[in-house]
Design a protein around this ligand. Sequence first.
Ligand code: UFG
Length: 325
Amino acid sequence: MKNILVIGGAGYIGSHVVKMLKTQGYKPVVYDNLSTGFKESIDKKIPFVKGDLADKTLLKKVFRKYKINAVMHFAAFAQVGESVKNPAKYYQNNLAKVLNLLDSMIENNIKYFVFSSTAATFGNPITKTISETHPQNPINPYGQSKLFVEKVLKDYDLAYGLKSTVLRYFNASGADESAKIGEAHKNETHLIPLVLQTALGKRKEIKIFGTDYPTPDGTCIRDYVHVNDLANAHILALKYMLKNNKSEDFNLGSSKGASVLEIIKKVQKITGKNFKVVKDKRRPGDPANLIASSKKAKKILNWKTTYSIDKIIKTAYQWELKRKY
Ligand code: UFG
């Protein structure tokens, strides 16, 4: 049970999971259409297949050639704002193509699936921290597309015995300490890389989207979780699923929040650089607070986060300084 197909393995989170799988003795195979990923993020010794999720013939070939035991899926579009403007893109890629993948897995008798889901499936929180039992009422097509797949996975377990682990990330951030891989998006929209790029003079200013939220400093609070802590959760979840032959879901965060303003101040302190900060209007679709309760992951998987927010920013900074792609 060591041959793992990592779909979207050339992307930000996928590339960190691939590296950790390899280090821990698994045999990852990367399958990626490179629409948003970077081939440079994959070690040349790891098998790489350029392919699309819609290509059932290629998937079948890859499943057989590498004797795949389990599939991890990272190949999703994940920008909330874009999903509101262009929902079809999200339902096609994040839902329709995943149905195609699941059908291929069932046809080829592959029974284990790790699915990247998101805090965005919960919508506006009604409790201070968000656990797995919090109601799921997404407020944008991105969250909706992920929630549909979660529901499909429950039905496919009952009907076809496909076991899955749903991992709902809060705000993935930071970079591998080697600084050889890190957060790279062709069109960056995430707070930490944008603030760091502003500190480094690659952008002229950072805008704060909303300063009138019901939070202590008026800016949105998010739960930032280091990408290697997330990667570790994937491996623990995979082991648990294979051992217990059971589907589960886990919310993955640090259970601590940081506001936009706090992130900006921390970046100023860590980089020692000052830069222009502009107060802007709210960005549609942003809840004021998103903080995970990861008690379940702690209890069942023995997972815990090991990177503080300062350490997250420091690793992200090293990556921004040294990045090659
Ligand atoms: N923000 C700014 N200025 C910027 C960019 C972001 O003020 O230039 C703010 C946002 O409004 C938000 C916070 O910083 O309040 C974090 O924004 P990100 O875009 O970094 O992250 P999100 O919380 O919007 O989204 C992330 C993932 C989504 C996922 C969500 C779940 O990118 O895929 O977490 O919590 F759905």
